[in-house]
Design a protein around this ligand. Sequence first.
Ligand SMILES: [Zn+2]
Length: 223
Amino acid sequence: MSADFQHREVITLPARYGKAVRLNRGEAVQVINLYGTQVVDCWAYNAQDISEYMSMEATRVWNQRLNPKVGDSFITSQRHPILTLVADTSPGVHDTFMAACDARRYELLGCKTFHRNCHDNLFEGMRELGVELPHGNLASFNIFMNIQVQPDGITLKTLPVVTRPGDYIVLRAEMDCFVVFSACPQDIVSIQGQGDNTPRDAELRILTAGFPAVPLKGAWVPD
Ligand SMILES: [Zn+2]
C-alpha cells in the first residue's frame, strides 16, 4: 500500500529532535518508525490561527476511545477535526494520556544537566518554520507509545513500544495546519522498544495522494 503513496517531501526526524511540517488540507503525513522502537510525540495547530490546537481531551470525547483507530479524527480546542488517522500498519498501540517530556521531567528523574526533551522540541520545530508559539502544550499525541490501562480500569502502566521496523501511520489534514513531531529523547524511563531504550531516527513523508480515502466521521452524540 505504501508504494502507492505520492509524496512531495521526505524528512528525517533525528533521534531526540523535533521537526514541524505545514500541510495543506487534504494532504497527509506518514510517520515511519524506521527501527520499530521509537516513540514520536505529535502536536497540531490551525495554520490560520495557532491559538487553535489539537486537543487530546476533545479528541477522546469525539471518538469515545482512549486511543484513536483508523477512521478516527483528532479534534481541536475549538472542536473541529484537524487530522484523521487514515492508515496504521503498527499494532495500533498509541497514547493520548501521558504528558510530553520536558526539562522539569528530567530534573525529577535525577538529571543534573539539561536533557533534550519533547516539549522544547515542539518550540524548536515550529521556530524552524518561522512560527513562535505563545505557549507550550504538554498534551501530545504519543505515536507508538505503549501505555496500558490495567484490569482495575484506573491504573496505567508504562511499557516499551511494540511496533515493528517500518511500521507507519498516516495522518490526513482536515484543515491547513502545522504538525509537529518529536523523536522522544526519553532514555531513563523504558519506553523505547526492544531492550536498549535508545532514541532513534524516524521518518516523515508529506503525502499528496494515494493514501486511503477514509470518510470523515462526525462527533459522538448519545443514542
Ligand atoms: Zn518525550
